[in-house]
Write a protein that binds this ligand. Structure first.
Ligand code: UDX
Length: 433
């Protein structure tokens, strides 16, 4: 079988790698970005994502990387993995998907159109009406960046939305290894599958906003949100996942999926109160944390802050909707001098493009040298194992603002320690060890 995968971001490339490794199909991997395709043809992977590069290299002979639409001819199935970013009004921008569909419509008359991109409910039906010779299947992806291939290869469940039994059969065949080893298949209408994707993401985001709201409250009560969340999560009905309080969620999914769902609900006159609150709490969470910095430094002008964590989470170079992006303008407007660091060169380069005036450095040591304060915004293991003696030897000031609760409150002896939903830790002495 010839399968085409259109859109080679982390979802598309995880699909290419998964299909290459688990099947003997002929794969056509398409993207409009000439430079990305040139890199892939040379065996160079355009971004860091566990495990994918090795498979693409190993299976290179069976994958045709291309920017030419004619190469898409004759495929039995087309996987659409293009981005659906938020527009200014929050609605999902479907123009990449529409372009990709139009292109397939020019080179083929039949086949399966498999929608992996996250799309507003009703999109598959509209596509089915417009492309009546094809069969439209909704196959939402539930991948996290950093573990995209692992999530694709070992899914918690497979959600399939379609209209006819033969469409479900096609996916059951394609994923028969999963079926045989007992991965649950959930077969439903296209609309239900589309909503399932949004509802799942919003639920996870809601857990994060819930614990962040509780964290703010815990602080006013003298409670410790880490203790609270640990004990809450021990109840399997609650679970520990997505219960880490912090400066809020970012990334390419949660923020834009929240916006898209709310935009669609608004357009149909429905109010989604929990989804609204989830997004609102997340918008204000970085500002709540900023207030702590402002309280510590009533005059922030000239304060030198080493900002650690430019990507939206650990082990990725992706800075989309990262907290670093929302906090930086406020810090700069207050006259703070930033030295910004992330272990990912991609995150550093992307951040630097947005903030050309900020000093971005390539090592942790360079970032903290002479700094008054340290601000931690992501959960990198490098940030969770700081050497206090080293910090004392190189930093001018003695305060750590930890937006991810990476340490226990009294971990640092020579630094004031300010985190999320917990009492502040106070240094025991001014004297250098
Ligand atoms: C998420 C979902 O996990 C995935 O199922 C979906 O398909 C796409 O969106 P991803 O955006 O890659 O994946 O990252 P994830 O690891 O879920 O983290 C998202 C954000 O939430 C990050 O900014 C992270 O720092 C934050 N987060 C996560 C918290 O603040 N607290 C938590 O407990 C967990």
């Amino acid at each position: 079988m010839r399968i085409a995968i259109i859109g080679l971001g982390y979802v598309g490339l995880a699909n290419v790698a998964f299909l290459a490794e688990s099947h003997r199909h002929e794969l056509v991997a398409f993207d409009t970005d000439e430079s990305k395709i040139a890199l892939l043809k040379k065996g160079t992977f355009p971004f860091s994502e566990n495990g994918i590069a090795a498979i693409l290299k190993k299976e290179a002979k069976r994958i045709l990387f291309t920017t030419k639409e004619q190469e898409l001819t004759g495929a039995e199935a087309y996987f659409f993995c293009v981005g659906t970013p938020a527009q200014d009004d929050g609605q999902a921008d479907l123009h990449y998907l529409e372009n990709a569909l139009a292109m397939v419509g020019r080179v083929a008359q039949k086949g399966y159109l498999i929608i992996r991109s996250t799309v507003p409910v009703g999109t598959a039906k509209r596509i089915q009406d417009d492309y009546s010779g094809f069969r439209v299947i909704s196959l939402p992806e539930f991948l996290s960046e950093g573990s995209a291939l692992e999530d694709e290869s070992n899914p918690f469940r497979i959600v399939v939305g379609a209209r006819q039994e033969e469409d479900f059969l096609f996916i059951r065949n394609l994923r028969k290894n999963d079926l045989n080893r007992g991965v649950p298949f959930h077969e439903m209408s296209n609309e239900s599958a589309e909503l399932c994707k949004y509802a799942s993401n919003l639920f996870l985001a809601m857990k994060i906003s819930y614990i962040n709201e509780m964290a703010r409250f815990a602080e006013t009560l003298g409670a410790d949100i880490v203790d609270v969340a640990d004990a809450m999560g021990a109840d399997p009905r609650i679970g520990h996942a997505m219960l880490k309080a912090g400066v809020g969620y970012g990334g390419s999914c949660f923020p834009k999926d929240g916006q898209a769902l709310l935009a669609q609900a608004g357009a149909s006159g429905t109010s989604l109160l929990l989804s609204e609150a989830t997004s609102a709490i997340n918008r204000t969470q970085p500002l709540y944390f900023l207030k702590k910095i402002e309280k510590y430094y009533p005059a922030m002008k000239g304060v030198r802050i080493a900002l650690f964590g430019l990507a939206y989470k650990a082990r990725t170079g992706d800075i989309r909707s990262a907290v670093s992006l929302s906090l930086t303008p406020h810090l700069l407007a207050n006259g703070v001098q930033l030295s910004a660091y992330d272990p990912s060169p991609e995150a550093r380069a992307n951040y630097q493009k947005l903030f050309p005036g900020v000093k971005v450095v390539a090592s942790l040591a360079e970032a903290v040298a002479g700094a008054d304060a340290l601000l931690l915004l992501s959960e990198e293991s490098e940030f969770a194992s700081l050497d206090e003696a080293f910090l004392c030897s190189t930093m001018k000031g003695r305060v750590i603002f930890d937006g991810r609760n990476l340490y226990s409150v009294h971990h640092f002896r020579y630094f004031d320690y300010i985190s999320v939903g917990r009492a502040n830790g106070t240094r025991i002495t001014e004297i250098k060890p």
